[in-house]
Design a protein around this ligand. Structure first.
Ligand code: ADP
Length: 318
């Protein structure tokens, strides 16, 4: 293999740039030509592909977002779209591809691999919702962004004896809420894996009040009971309550050291895997070790239970 490509796809996450840099630099170090594909699978179909140099990935390790841009592309989900993409790669003699993205992007990567393009996935999503890996690039930064916001919100909550309901991202998983809630001392954490009734939140608030705590932070993962519903129900009980939806600030920002290191290791590992002839696999962290495993095998692996952390958070926020 002499020539490889790299693209970012799906939702962006802080640390993707560090992963691109690692793919480019480790690839060039090993004597490969590395091409950047712009706007994910959409750019691949359209042939938006440029060679990347050591210098084109300079000064990006600390930047959130992705210099290769990201996009969603329905056409790529069709056989025809995939054939168009493969034709673009063939035209440039690119035989290996690194796809940085989430679950959906990995399905796309798997399709290419099944059609003969050597493809390796790097998990990049703030949600940390990919089976087979304990961490994804961007999760740590997003959690830190939420904690920073919670610390500020708590200042106001405690000054006014108020209750704040804060909605965070996470899609089908409450990992961001759980980690940020535990680290930020939230009084209640609502996650999709273990939905709770507002009654239970109310009971916890009552208990807190009885023990002398006059302010509380309730963290809600988007899509579960949405923050607005929780606020409406609690307002009916005459509580002084405010709502904050953190939204897309969780997607951006300067990546933490942990995300930069993870991205650097994963980027270099992806190139190593391609050179060794692997395909249809993702890079992952399991038990603190950097590994690679087939996409299909990763999907079969159970996601770790959120229950122990949720219980710990409950115990520590009484
Ligand atoms: P993420 O990678 O963050 O989960 P998406 O689910 O939006 O984001 O997927 C990103 C892109 O991956 C889609 O726009 C599409 O181009 C491609 N993709 C998703 N699912 C498939 C699939 N089943 N087959 C082929 N490509 C897919």
């Amino acid at each position: 293999m002499k020539r490889i490509g790299v693209l970012t796809s799906g939702g962006d996450s802080p640390g993707m740039n560090a992963a691109i840099r690692a793919v480019v630099r480790s690839g060039i170090y090993q004597g490969l030509d590395v091409y950047g594909i712009y706007r994910g699978f959409k750019g691949l179909i359209e042939g938006s592909i440029q060679p990347l140099t050591l210098r084109s990935v300079g000064n990006i390790i600390h930047r959130g977002g992705t210099i290769l841009f990201s996009a969603r592309c329905e056409e790529f989900e069709t056989e025809e779209g995939q054939h168009k993409a493969i034709a673009q790669l063939k035209k440039l003699g690119i035989h290996g591809l690194v796809v940085i993205g989430g679950d959906g992007s990995f399905r796309g990567a798997e399709r290419l691999s099944q059609k003969g393009v050597a493809t390796i996935g790097i998990p990049g999503t703030i949600d940390n919702d990919i089976a087979g890996t304990e961490y994804t690039i961007g999760f740590d930064t997003a959690v830190n962004t939420v904690i920073e916001a919670l610390d500020k919100i708590r200042d106001s909550a405690s000054s006014h004896d108020r209750i704040f309901v804060v909605e965070v991202m996470g899609r089908d998983t409450g990992k961001i809420a759980l980690w940020a809630g535990l680290a930020g001392g939230a009084e209640s954490i609502i996650v999709p894996e273990m939905p709770i009734q507002v009654e239970e939140v109310w009971a916890r608030l009552e208990r807190s009040r009885a023990s002398g705590k006059n302010h509380s932070i309730i963290l809600v993962t988007e899509g579960t009971n949405s923050a607005a519903e929780v606020v409406d129900e609690l307002k009916q009980r005459n509580l002084d309550i405010r709502m904050t939806v953190l939204g897309h600030i969780q997607r951006g920002g300067v990546p933490t050291a942990l995300d930069r290191v993870l991205a650097s290791k994963m980027g270099a590992k992806a190139v190593e895997c391609l050179r060794q002839g692997a395909s249809g696999e993702m890079i992952a962290i399991q038990k603190n070790e950097l590994i690679h495993l087939p996409f299909a095998k990763a999907r079969e692996q159970a996601k770790p239970s959120v229950e122990p952390m949720l219980e710990l958070a409950k115990m520590l926020s009484i």
